[in-house]
Design a protein around this ligand. Structure first.
Ligand code: S3P
Length: 430
């Protein structure tokens, strides 16, 4: 599918975006392991989260929906999953695969999990290695480091895992496996990654502790089904917020957004670049902070240098941040982001290719990007190569570019942001 984008006069609107992808996945998984019903409102009906629902149905869990944004999960407790009679398919979703590996590691049965062509290339040893140390037997392609992966789960022992990467998927897989271990399991990361698993497990009744970059969980808790309303996905909103910060005359409000500080690095960086962003009506849902965010165009943005602890707080937003950087005054340097190479595509290479197509000067670094600001973008042809966030970043660049931009392979946007092009159209003044 092709998406055609014309230069926008400005962006205006008062909208909401679909539910958070990370939280929606976790609601299904933790709901399945809890006792009793979990009802999830504003569930993200994107392909990734539908893959999670399908996997847990195959594991014997009754799940209704999504219907009108609502999903009902009939949780069966920590011992309630059943051996699937076929292969589990995580589709394009790293979160489905990595977090489920943690769950499967603790099950007294055999399972196999696979995914699409992109997911089957992505590194899984970062998850299977600690799970094997906990006692699971896991094998797969490339010496057990790539899917399809076969898991023979069983009784687990608690470990103290030191992760070389700041990754919520690694941390969550080990914490979920820790539910099935006796004693205390811990994960230490170089920087703190998103903490939705911790927040939700705590909300469902597990005992967790945090000390610096280490999270502890006590095994064998009793989890109880809950009602949750999923906040709007800040990673989806990021495309529209950045567009509004870039296009003169824009004024955009997005309601009910998740603003968990482990996710809101994009707001901090857009502010550092000079954007006018206001946080309104702060509240909380299921332990997750929520607010309305208003962004008004406030002049040309300035380049920034970012690296270190902020990177995991905006890792999925780097493609669109790079689009902002190319339009900003001065240079932008993004470091400590080598993880971008193992996302749905190699996003360092993909962003460099994308921005060069629009006429920007970009250098790929081992762990990030250098972007010379101040380009005069010309509409061009962009190939998403199956990466949803590259497709949406291309659309945002197209809003500022002369002529027409064509985003090819735009169907992958359905992975995380169903309705993106309609919503963008509704706030674009031509
Ligand atoms: C996610 C964690 C991040 C992020 C991904 C979703 C999650 O991945 O990029 O889109 O829901 O836990 P890593 O943990 O691999 O950094």
């Amino acid at each position: 599918m092709e998406l055609r984008i014309e230069k926008a006069r400005c962006l205006r609107g008062d909208i909401s975006v679909p539910g958070d992808k990370s939280i929606s996945h976790r609601a299904v998984m933790i709901g399945a392991l809890a006792e009793g019903d979990t009802v999830v409102e504003n569930f993200l009906a994107g392909e990734d989260c539908l893959s999670t629902i399908n996997c847990y149905r195959k594991l014997g869990i009754d799940i209704e929906g999504p219907r009108g944004g609502v999903v009902r999960i009939a949780g069966r407790g920590l011992e309630g999953l059943r051996e699937p009679d076929d292969i589990l398919d995580a589709g394009n979703s790293g979160t489905t695969m990595r977090l489920s590996l943690g769950v499967l590691a603790g099950q007294p049965f055999f399972s196999v999990i696979t995914g699409d062509n992109s997911l089957r290339q992505r590194p899984m040893a970062r998850v299977t290695e600690p799970l094997k140390r906990m006692g699971a037997v896991i094998d797969g392609r490339k010496g057990g480091s790539c899917a399809p992966l076969a898991v023979r789960g069983g009784p687990l022992k608690a470990v103290a895992h030191i992760s070389p990467v700041a990754s919520a998927q690694v941390k969550s897989a080990v914490l979920l496996a820790g539910l099935f271990a006796d004693g205390q399991t811990s994960v230490t990361e170089p920087h703190r990654s998103r903490d939705h698993t911790e927040v939700m497990l705590n909300y469902f009744g597990a005992a967790l502790g945090v000390e610096g970059n280490t999270v502890y969980i006590n095994g064998r808790p009793r989890l109880t089904g809950k009602k949750i309303r999923v906040a709007g996905d800040i990673s989806s909103a990021a495309f529209l917020l950045t567009a509004a910060a870039l296009v003169p005359g824009s004024d955009l409000t997005i309601r009910g957004l998740g603003v968990n500080p482990t996710r809101s690095g994009i707001i901090d960086v857009l502010e550092m670049m000079g954007a006018d962003i206001r946080k309104l009506n702060p509240g909380e849902d299921g332990g997750e902070p929520v607010a309305d965010i208003r962004v008004r165009y406030a002049g040309t943005l300035r380049g920034v240098s970012i690296g270190g602890e902020i990177i995991p707080r905006l890792i999925d937003e780097i493609p669109v941040l790079a689009v902002a950087a190319a339009a900003a005054e001065g240079e932008t340097e993004i470091r400590d982001a080598a993880e971008l190479k193992v996302k749905e595509s190699n996003r360092i290479a993909a962003v460099a290719r994308l921005l060069s197509g629009f006429g920007a000067v970009v250098a790929e670094l081992e762990d990030g990007l250098m972007i010379r600001g101040g380009y005069a973008p010309a509409g061009c042809f962009c190939d998403s190569r199956g990466d949803h966030r590259i497709a949406m970043a291309a659309a945002v660049a197209g809003l500022t570019a002369g002529g027409t931009t064509v985003v090819d392979g735009a169907e992958c946007i359905e992975v995380s942001f169903p309705g993106f092009s309609r919503l963008l159209e509704s706030i674009t003044v031509k």
